[in-house]
Write a protein that binds this ligand. Sequence first.
Ligand SMILES: [Zn+2]
Ligand SMILES: [Zn+2]
Length: 318
Amino acid sequence: MDSLRQLFDAVHTQLFEGIVQPLLYAAGGMRYVEDAYTATEWFLLGALQVVLLYAVLRPLEALYPAERWSDRRGVGVDVIYTLLHRLGAFALLMFFVMTPLVDRVTQALRGIGYTPFELDALWPGVTDVPLVSFALYLVALDFADYWLHRAQHRFRWWWALHALHHSQQKMSFWTDSRNHLLDSFIVDGAKAVVALAIGVGPAQFVGLVIATRVLQSLQHANVAWTLGLLRRLLVSPVFHRRHHAIGIGHEGRRYGCNFAVLFPLWDQLFGTADYRSTIEPTGVRDQLAPPAGGGRDYGRGFWAQQWLGLKRLLNASA
Ligand SMILES: [Zn+2]
Ligand SMILES: [Zn+2]
């Protein structure tokens, strides 16, 4: 573990000193040097994550597929989303737009006399046991994720954006990051605010986000796994596939089922769990050709998908 860490640090320093710093210098941006150092680390962690995900999940998809496809057309665009989201381009955007916003929220909270919640106040000494506080924060943030996801389905304007995530009819481990940029921006921003409010430290936040993302990739994988005995503890690929099933995952009284991101406990508690394990086609009903649906086009390429998402949003708000 230690030698891996050393290797990582060496690559990080090399990359930063060899490429990032000279570029920053040339662009006259040396006042961002510390942020750039952190951003380089994020980029490397993201790259490592993508390589590992590919190495583990791609063989699993080949060995235990939930669905067999005649070709892989339409899967590639999700790779673009994953690289954009995990390699830090999106994090950079978040950083420049979100940091000032979050600062303002923190100031406003302080202004009305709110101090961030402290886990130690509830359970003295708990933050001295990093693993326990990590687990508690993981559960708390996952609870927030569940309700954010319910809202993505509940509000027409939000569904107009989130439907892009559901429009993949060949769902694979790349699909997790397939989201409208505006949708990602709102969800990630809201999560950052919740993390701030409950007193999660920056370093811990990074760990929490990475742990969550790795599991989210597994859930989207085209793998017929229910996780057996663990299925009521962790969201499995089959459980999340049901969330993407046409006519099941985004319809009905509660606007769908299986909204949980990590722990299906929330779905059990709030009556939205569906543990049936039959594999149904994934997608959005209005994508289907008439008369089953309206034959709506969600776009093939990245820009088409983003543009059509904005158009849906405008129509939903009109
Ligand atoms: Zn959804
Ligand atoms: Zn999903």
